[in-house]
Write a protein that binds this ligand. Structure first.
Ligand code: SF4
Length: 362
């Protein structure tokens, strides 16, 4: 079972074979100017994304849904979602960005007022600082708790599922809080919202998520097909990205500060944190020169792949130089740290202005 409220290390290949997620590498060649995240296998799986490709390539009408749960600080791993949203937006997609304050209330006990504050100061302002224009007319941002159409839709769609289905997807027990039963339905409504008449009726929608969110996708697709009589929904497509490894090894997580580079960290702190990350280097310099490093097990290399190096050629050179022991971790970390610092200098320059814009969104 994949649990959307837990985070554990994930065997991505197993997910592709066992849970019916399709390999992204099989279709990436059909996409015009794919993102680095797509080409490099960071986005590793999908459901029905092949149906989106002609629309994306031809700049036809489609929507993208990407929720944010305001429960903590954004870290560098979250940047990958914003990069995807920017790419879809440039390809002509409409963006629908629900703020899951009902989920953060149910799962973390955060009240709506606090969630709104976190959404503005952390999420929206960082999204803007990272280059997403949230004021564009093709971008919808809303709080679940304040958006009547989504709550009405959640209620209506709740007729199309039952306790046993939710239990089989989420593993609920008799002591599960009822809010945990309701919240998935609001998320289903978030994903299907762009297809209601108010937002232009049925259309193709893609949801870029971490694989821990797949239970919501499966439920949504099931409910979409069961609601055809009234809504004529098209089953939403989804893509799945890998998690960014944290500084200490496991998944980067806001709730474990030692693992994360937060987007609000000062540039020098971000730079320093890169230098503390766990690498795939050997025990000693001699050993590394002789045997080479292990970039496939290196958090620094991952940062280069996900965020820091645009050119595939430059990235390959680092990979090869690491493997042959020509490049050592100190030098490699210095390259990564410098690039990370630049991203953070840019973010901190934009922070004040972005916050002012963010305040006007909700
Ligand atoms: Fe990682 Fe770079 Fe060291 Fe290789 S040289 S293990 S890529 S830090």
């Amino acid at each position: 079972m994949i649990d959307p409220w837990a985070s554990s290390s994930v065997d991505y290949d197993k997910l592709v074979t066992k849970f019916g997620i399709k390999k992204f590498s099989d279709i990436v060649g059909k996409i015009q100017n794919p993102l680095n995240l797509m080409k490099r296998g960071v986005i590793f799986g999908h459901r029905d994304f092949d149906k989106m490709i002609p629309l994306i390539n031809d700049h036809k009408k489609f929507s993208v849904v990407s929720g944010m749960m305001p429960s903590g600080k954004m870290h560098i791993g979250h940047k990958m979602v914003v990069d995807q949203l920017k790419w879809y937006f440039d390809k002509g997609g409409n963006l629908s960005l629900p703020i899951a304050d009902m989920e953060s209330y149910a799962a973390r006990g955060i009240d709506f007022k606090e969630a709104k504050e976190i959404a503005i100061t952390e999420y929206l302002s960082n999204y803007i600082a990272l280059g997403l224009d949230l004021t564009d007319e093709n971008v919808l941002v809303y709080l679940q708790s304040e958006h009547t159409p989504v709550k009405d839709l959640a209620f209506e769609l709740s007729k199309k599922t039952n306790f046993n289905e939710l239990k089989s997807i989420y593993g609920f027990t008799p002591s599960t809080n009822v809010s945990h039963l309701y919240v998935p339905l609001v998320q289903v409504a978030d994903i299907l919202l762009p297809q209601i008449d108010l937002y232009g009726g049925p259309k193709h929608v893609v949801v870029p998520v971490g694989v821990d969110q797949d239970p919501h996708i499966k439920l949504t697709r099931d409910i979409a097909s069961k609601s055809k009589d009234k809504f004529k929904f098209i089953q939403p497509a989804s893509t799945y990205h890998r998690f960014l490894t944290g500084l200490t090894g496991g998944k980067m997580s806001s709730s474990k500060p030692k693992t994360a580079i937060f987007l609000t960290d000062p540039p020098e702190v971000a730079e320093k944190k890169v230098k503390t990350a766990k690498t795939g280097g050997r025990e000693s310099l001699e050993e590394q020169k002789k045997l080479g490093g292990c970039p496939d097990k290196c958090a620094v290399y991952e940062m280069l792949v996900y965020h820091l190096i645009d050119s595939d050629e430059d990235l390959k050179k680092i990979y090869d130089d690491c493997k042959t022991g020509t490049l050592l971790c100190g030098e490699c970390k210095a390259i990564a740290a410098e690039k990370m610092k630049k991203i953070f200098e840019n973010l901190s320059e934009k922070r004040e202005e972005s916050l002012e814009i963010a305040k006007t969104i909700l």
